[in-house]
Design a protein around this ligand. Structure first.
Ligand SMILES: Nc1ncnc2c1ncn2[C@@H]1O[C@H](COP(=O)(O)OP(=O)(O)OP(=O)(O)O)[C@@H](O)[C@H]1O
Ligand SMILES: CC(C)(CO)[C@@H](O)C(=O)NCCC(=O)O
Length: 307
């Protein structure tokens, strides 16, 4: 396929040998912290996949930092620093937020003195009330369900170096935007922006969200596996909701497991899989890096854009 030709395709074994030196070792304590954050994460993946990824990312970040300084010196401009922004895209439930949180954790350990923050574009979904008003409640996650102008304004403020920029927050448990709760982004060196829509083309803006990215990652896997991860997560969230009538999943906890699974399958098929096919997968070839996962979330291939 022509698009794939513009990437170096590197299998896991080869990729894992690319670590240049032990410049970035992780201590036992730090590995324990990774396990504490998600005990399903394979430490072998951290060593074989994420460490080389961070070494490559570090080169890009140092380059970016130098260019920003050289440019401002040349122009005689004394400007606050513009954060380096990493976009992470992929299907619902493919593991974007887990990848993003792991990257943030590893970057904070491995790039000493570099402040890394993370936000998800879920916070820029319209609240349920607004989706209802627009008659698009069943289109949650599709391009029209996001306030893209607000997301772009947010990214402009971040790149401008502004302090305490607020991103609205979304809760999977409430299944809605949480009123008056924000993620505050305060002049990080690196900002990770994770979401299904971050590589999509604009519907009516002249600027793309991806125009703000200095590096982008697409987390990839076959739809059958992603469906399994979606259903597993649905059941896990349902189990957590057993005694909590305010939780969105409470009503599914009241159903039999078979009924709940059938409902989740329908959501996958009519909303999330449809969105993947129509709007998310077509953005894969815009990413700088494609991380491919196989069973049990194990990474088996890394693709790096050639130019
Ligand atoms: N590397 C991993 N190892 C084990 N489990 C993982 C890994 N990555 C993700 N998971 C699991 O897969 C499920 C989906 O992951 P996650 O919530 O990160 O997906 P997402 O792409 O951010 O989804 P959404 O777009 O709905 O927010 C979760 O149950 C998570 O715990
Ligand atoms: C919030 C999004 C859009 C993305 O994370 C997704 O998790 C979602 O809620 N999709 C709508 C269908 C559903 O999974 O309930």
């Amino acid at each position: 396929m022509a698009e794939a030709d513009s990437y170096f395709k590197i299998d896991r074994d080869t990729w894992s040998t690319l670590v240049r030196d032990i410049e970035l070792p992780l201590t036992q304590e730090q590995l324990k912290e990774v396990k504490a954050f998600n005990d399903q994460i394979s430490l072998q993946d951290v060593q074989d996949v994420y460490i080389p990824l961070i070494q490559l990312l570090k080169k890009k970040f140092i380059d970016y930092d130098r260019w920003q300084r050289d440019k401002n010196d040349f122009l005689n401009i004394n400007k606050t620093k513009s954060p380096f922004i990493i976009g992470i895209s992929g299907s619902v439930a493919v593991g974007k937020s887990t990848t993003a949180r792991l990257l943030q954790l590893l970057l904070s350990h491995l790039l000493v003195g570099v402040k890394t923050q993370l936000i998800t574009t879920d916070g820029f979904l319209y609240p349920t009330k607004e989706l209802q008003k627009r008659g698009i409640l069943d289109r949650k996650g599709f391009p029209e369900s996001y306030n893209m102008q607000a997301l772009i304004d947010f990214l402009v403020a971040i790149k401008d170096g502004q302090r305490n920029v607020k991103a609205p927050m979304y809760s999977h448990q409430v299944y809605d935007i949480v009123p008056d709760e924000y993620e505050v982004v305060d002049q990080p060196d690196i900002l990770i922006v994770e979401g299904i829509n971050v590589l999509q083309l604009p519907s009516n803006q002249s600027i793309y969200v991806s125009d703000f990215f200095d590096w982008s990652i697409y987390v990839d896997a076959t739809p059958d596996l992603i469906k399994k991860w979606f259903l597993d997560r649905f059941l896990a969230l349902r189990n957590l909701a057993n005694n909590d009538p305010d939780n969105y999943y409470f009503k599914y906890a009241q159903m039999t497991e078979v009924d709940a699974i059938n409902f989740a399958k329908q959501i996958w098929q009519t909303i999330n899989f449809k969105n993947l096919k129509e709007y998310i997968l077509p953005t894969r070839w815009r990413a700088d890096v494609i991380l491919h996962k196989t069973s049990h979330h194990i990474m088996d291939q890394v693709m790096i854009r050639k130019y």
